[in-house]
Design a binder for this molecule. Structure first.
Ligand SMILES: [Zn+2]
Ligand SMILES: [Zn+2]
Length: 244
């Protein structure tokens, strides 16, 4: 019985928070710190812009949005028996100073799906996603969704902005590919068979008008002056040039 009373009423001789520093963004929020101690402890000091609440062995630290325009910091001091103390430094950003995605490129298969990208930031980024994708940010993670893609390949940029910081992530999704042009939208010109010029025997040649060429070359003429070769390629007749 005596031991029980001692444990219940005795101040801690050892107070050991799992971390000694907690950072908040400008938006503030809540952080929980597990405190290991061999007896009771309490919050002796706390900055006025911080609330610290004890829930069993957990210290719940809360801050509101930092409207001061400056970074603020202070210590929460936990006290046990006598002079036994432990401090947790609390810092709150004045504005976002960094947005660092762990990757700047995300690729989806044709089937689509969900992918996440860790974002190292001290802000609360606003997210803009290109058409055909959705993206949301919460708690240091960007979640990107792409539905199944029945059209051609898609690509765009996701933009993250917070205060004067920004970052972009390139996002692409594979799509259906036209088998005739292999997705390029172009096939060999049917008139010149890719040569860009046509000839009808002898030295006489014409720039292929079907694929953008022009001009005529014949006997006694300087070749380069009169003939402009075509590209040798034309719009894919199967997909109309879309590639899918
Ligand atoms: Zn041609
Ligand atoms: Zn095609």
């Amino acid at each position: 019985m005596a031991l029980l009373v001692l444990t219940a009423c005795g101040g801690a001789m050892v107070i050991n928070p799992e971390k000694n520093a907690v950072d908040f963004t400008i938006e503030g929020g809540e952080e929980k710190v597990d405190v290991k101690a061999d007896g009771t402890w309490n919050v002796k000091e706390c900055p006025e812009w911080v609330t610290a609440e004890i829930q069993d062995s957990i210290l719940v630290i809360k801050t509101a949005r930092n409207e001061t325009g400056a970074v603020r910091e202070g210590d929460i001091v936990l006290a046990g028996k006598g002079q036994v103390q432990a401090a947790i430094k609390v810092t709150q950003a004045a504005k976002c100073t960094r947005i660092n995605p762990e990757t700047d490129k995300v690729e989806f298969e044709k089937e689509g799906g969900t992918q996440t990208v860790k974002i190292d930031t001290d802000g609360s980024p606003q997210v803009e996603a290109p058409e055909g994708f959705t993206a949301t940010y919460a708690g240091g993670v960007l979640t990107i969704n792409a539905p199944s893609n029945e059209g051609g390949g898609k690509s765009g940029e996701i933009k993250l902005t917070s205060d004067d910081q920004s970052a972009t992530i390139a996002v692409t999704q594979k799509g259906n590919i036209c088998p005739k042009c292999n997705g390029t939208g172009k096939v060999k010109c049917s008139k010149c068979h890719g040569r860009g010029k046509v000839s009808y025997g002898g030295d006489a040649e014409w720039g292929c008008t079907k694929c953008g060429g022009r001009g005529y070359y014949g006997e006694g003429m300087e070749y380069g002056d009169y003939i402009v070769k075509g590209s040798g390629k034309m719009k894919c007749p199967q997909c109309g040039g879309s590639g899918h």
